[in-house]
Design a protein around this ligand. Structure first.
Ligand SMILES: Cc1cc2nc3c(=O)[nH]c(=O)nc-3n(C[C@H](O)[C@H](O)[C@H](O)COP(=O)(O)OP(=O)(O)OC[C@H]3O[C@@H](n4cnc5c(N)ncnc54)[C@H](O)[C@@H]3O)c2cc1C
Length: 568
């Protein structure tokens, strides 16, 4: 039953080129290794994963989360350029972004997952794309190590009911945890306390434990999938496999290898590359593909559209030299909602949000299916903000070794943008990066939220207990002159536009939505009008979450594996 003469992890196409597998997974990242690991639990099923990056599990930039950010802009980072000189860092290594991320282990609010179902066909309501359907899968992926007495003294709390205890991904508070949190939460990280805070990437958790025994699973690294190969090009399209080429930091291989999929091809190349691979394979907007001389096999207009990415602005204060009293990854977050941001002015902001939706939908429609579709999606998003009161801002406190400014620093970002962008290939060269147009702050409300967050943070910096630790604001400091209101909106806006960064949380580019809303995949994550191609990664999130994304990506991939198993 074993198709491939090789298993485990290899960088050589020998014994893989020309072979057949039941499932081929494109991208050995967060979701890709999760789904491959679950599918290969059945020894009768063979799985090939092709990953562009190398196997860097023994590189401290990967395994040592205390070195978070060391991988940025190096060989382990795609460092995708977006417009306005911004960069979306993204893992180019086995384990994908889970191998280089900050490890914060957070989830969105229940209503944010429930909204996914409201955007699907009514007949798909029972597939379980809601909190009740996803929560068990998020728990399934997790092995939470409860804080010890020392960590509890320093502020770590937990509720065992919300954590998994026997999944592959370790989550725990770090050895170096410090502090006495006030109005913030201390979050666990995807690390293993019992293994000296070792990063628990998808590679470390889903692959390492089984790589020498799962003879039905092979992972080919340092090879880039160049396109999906089709055996039927009429609807429904049938994929027969993939084409791939050697890829290292010095080589874009010219030889094209192939592998055949007996059952399915599963795209898990992340929110920037999964849509690009579909486009390279003739699935996308004919208006994009035609001029590139790519035959449009499926004129699926929204492939690459509905891109939602967040925007970060840092603020900092000088510290009094207080003892940090700890080491390691930052873990402290505050999550204000719209009402907490605007206080007495909330009613006006609510009214503005509710009345502006048609206008925003019209202005963003070029990056979506239609204004009408986007209006429905925006109403779901507004409901999350107004009724569920989901967080609109993340304040991520940076006091550890990664502090880039002063002793007290906060990265602050708008969590739920209404601006929509898109990813589009620019040539038929699969090695060339697609054009990434995030459309940062195109809906001015997104900028208003960022301003309100920074004003609130300025107030927090001035208020005990944090003010007792501070010698005063240094970033932006005088660059945004203070007044009774905490600085003018115009000054804040100018400062943000000159200084914001991308948060590296892109989603939505092959969104799971009903057809009339412009979905690329259906409730079974199958690309519409294909027989056997699915997308399993952050691309399928229809709307952003008020959370870091990896815990949800694992949950999605765990659920996807069960959907795929059930379909056979
Ligand atoms: C720097 C950074 C910090 C982050 N911090 C946090 C955090 O603290 N907490 C959190 O929960 N989330 C965080 N995130 C977000 C989270 O890690 C990602 O959203 C999530 O890991 C995405 O998973 P994915 O499976 O969609 O994509 P990825 O994990 O990025 O996997 C995609 C994989 O596909 C590969 N690939 C791409 N194209 C091809 C191709 N053509 N052929 C073969 N392989 C290909 C890539 O190399 C990659 O390995 C962070 C992300 C980044 C980048």
């Amino acid at each position: 039953a074993i198709a491939s003469p090789v298993f485990g992890v290899t960088s050589s196409p020998d014994g893989i080129d020309g072979q057949s597998y039941d499932y081929i997974v494109i991208g050995g990242g967060t979701a890709g290794l999760t789904v491959a690991s679950r599918l290969s639990e059945d020894p009768a099923v063979s799985v090939l994963v092709v990953e562009a990056g190398a196997d860097d599990r023994d590189n401290p930039e990967v395994f040592d989360i205390y070195e978070f950010t060391a991988a940025f802009f190096g060989p382990l980072d795609w460092a995708y350029p977006a417009e306005e000189g911004r960069t979306i860092n993204s893992g180019k290594t086995l384990g994908g972004s889970s191998s280089i991320n900050g490890g914060l282990w957070t989830r969105g609010s229940m209503a944010q997952y429930d909204a996914w179902t409201t955007l699907l066909e009514e007949s798909d309501a029972d597939v379980g794309w809601n909190w009740n359907g996803l929560f068990p899968y998020m728990r399934k992926s997790e092995h939470f190590l409860p804080p010890n007495a020392d960590q509890i003294t320093k502020g770590a709390e937990f509720d065992p009911a919300v954590h998994g205890s026997s999944g592959p991904v370790f989550s725990s508070f770090s050895h170096g945890i410090a502090g006495h949190p006030n109005c913030v939460t201390m979050n666990p990280l995807s690390i293993n306390y019992d293994a000296n805070d070792l990063r628990s990437s998808s590679a470390q958790s889903y692959l390492t434990p089984v790589e020498n025994t799962r003879m039905n699973w092979v992972t080919l690294v340092q090879h880039l999938v160049t396109k999906i190969v089709w055996s039927q090009t009429t609807i429904p399209l049938v994929a027969s496999g993939i084409e791939f080429a050697t890829y290292t930091n010095t080589t874009n291989g010219t030889t094209r290898y192939t592998a055949h999929a007996r059952k399915e091809v599963i795209l898990a190349a992340g929110a920037i590359r999964s849509p690009a691979i579909l486009q390279l394979s003739g699935v996308g907007d004919s208006d994009l593909l035609g001029p590139l001389n790519i035959t449009t096999l499926l004129d699926l207009k929204t492939v690459g559209k509905n891109l939602q990415e967040q925007t970060n602005t840092a603020m900092a204060c000088g510290g009094t030299g207080f003892p940090v009293d700890g080491t390691g990854p930052d873990d402290t977050i505050a999550y204000p909602n719209l009402f907490q941001l605007f206080g007495n002015a909330s009613n006006a902001k609510v009214a503005e949000l509710e009345s502006s939706i048609p206008e925003w939908a019209a202005s963003q429609a070029v990056n979506a299916y239609s204004a009408e579709a986007l209006e429905t999606i925006f109403r779901a998003q507004a409901d999350i903000v107004l009724t569920d009161k989901a967080p609109m801002i993340e304040m991520y406190y940076v006091t550890g070794p990664n502090v880039t400014f002063d002793q007290i620093a906060v990265n602050l970002w708008q969590l739920l943008p209404f601006s929509r962008g898109q990813v589009a290939i620019v040539s038929t060269d699969p090695f060339e990066y697609p054009n990434i147009h995030v459309n940062y702050f195109n809906v001015s409300f997104d900028l208003d939220i960022q301003v309100a967050g920074l004003k609130l943070l300025r107030k927090i910096f001035r208020t005990p207990p944090i003010s007792d630790l501070s010698t005063g604001e240094t970033v932006p400091g005088a660059a945004v002159p203070d007044d009774a209101e905490g600085g003018s909106d115009a000054d804040w806006e100018a400062y943000i536009m000159a200084n914001f960064g991308s948060v590296m949380h892109p989603v939505g580019t092959t969104a799971m939505l009903r057809r009339e809303l412009g979905g690329v995949v259906d409730a079974h994550l199958k690309v519409y009008d294909t027989a056997n191609v699915r997308v399993v990664d952050a691309s399928i999130f229809p709307i952003q979450l008020s959370a870091h994304l990896s815990a949800t990506v694992y949950g999605v991939a765990e659920k996807a594996a069960d959907l795929i198993k059930a379909a056979q």
